[in-house]
Ligand binder design. Structure first.
Ligand code: ZN
Length: 206
């Protein structure tokens, strides 16, 4: 697995003080990260249904429908960082995903080119302008397709360390063929409790 990122502007790391109320924040059908049990409970990554749908629509599923192997795919997670002082819980809510379109993909390689990064930043800025939101980059996701397991490879760790290294910044690795998903946090790539709200997930057939 090799992911190459040529430039990223990963500023705006401030946390908003807010109460962590799991019952209010996370309701309905939820998919937990497969490394949930080994994670600490001081950091939570919550993907709203809209963000989950954007990832699930983008990535290639369906084992056995194509004879050739699938390529790695990825993108960035946009959202807001929060901190509950009373409970000492840091949490991030991801509400928008920007997919890497035009990245150079292969089954073990994802090269997010400079142009691709520029395009993602432009789409982020356009989204914020359009909606009036002030979402920031809170992490990234990519797939480990075919029979690969979900882990942070040496290159993935390097990417995390270079561009997504703050405490409340995340990485999601998904194997769509094996239906595996793991979340990691900070430059050390700690296992992370991720909650994917999957109400009404409808994915395009691909
Ligand atoms: Zn990887």
């Amino acid at each position: 697995m090799k992911i190459v990122i040529h430039s990223v502007n990963n500023t705006a790391n401030q946390e908003i003080l807010s109460k962590y109320n799991e019952k209010l924040l996370i309701c309905g059908n939820v998919h937990l990260s497969d490394n949930f049990a080994s994670a600490d409970n001081t950091h939570k990554l919550i993907l709203e249904n809209t963000a989950v749908c954007e990832i699930f629509d983008f990535i290639e599923w369906n084992i056995g429908q194509r004879p050739d192997s699938r390529d790695e795919q990825g993108g960035i997670l946009l959202g807001k960082r929060y901190y509950d002082e009373e409970q000492d819980i840091h949490f991030v809510i991801v509400s928008k995903v920007i997919t890497a379109i035009g990245a150079l993909e292969s089954s073990g390689y994802l090269d997010i080119t400079h142009e691709c990064w520029c395009d993602m930043h432009q789409r982020k800025d356009a989204y914020n302008e359009e909606t009036g939101e002030e979402l920031v980059i809170v992490g990234w996701f990519h797939t480990h397709p075919n029979m690969l397991s979900c882990f942070m490879s040496g290159t993935d760790r390097n990417t995390q360390n270079l561009f997504f290294n703050s405490e409340n910044t995340y990485s999601i690795v998904i194997n769509p063929q094996r239906h595996l998903l793991k979340a990691f946090r900070a430059k050390e790539c700690h296992p992370t409790q991720a909650f994917l709200i999957v109400n009404d997930v409808t994915t395009e057939d691909n």
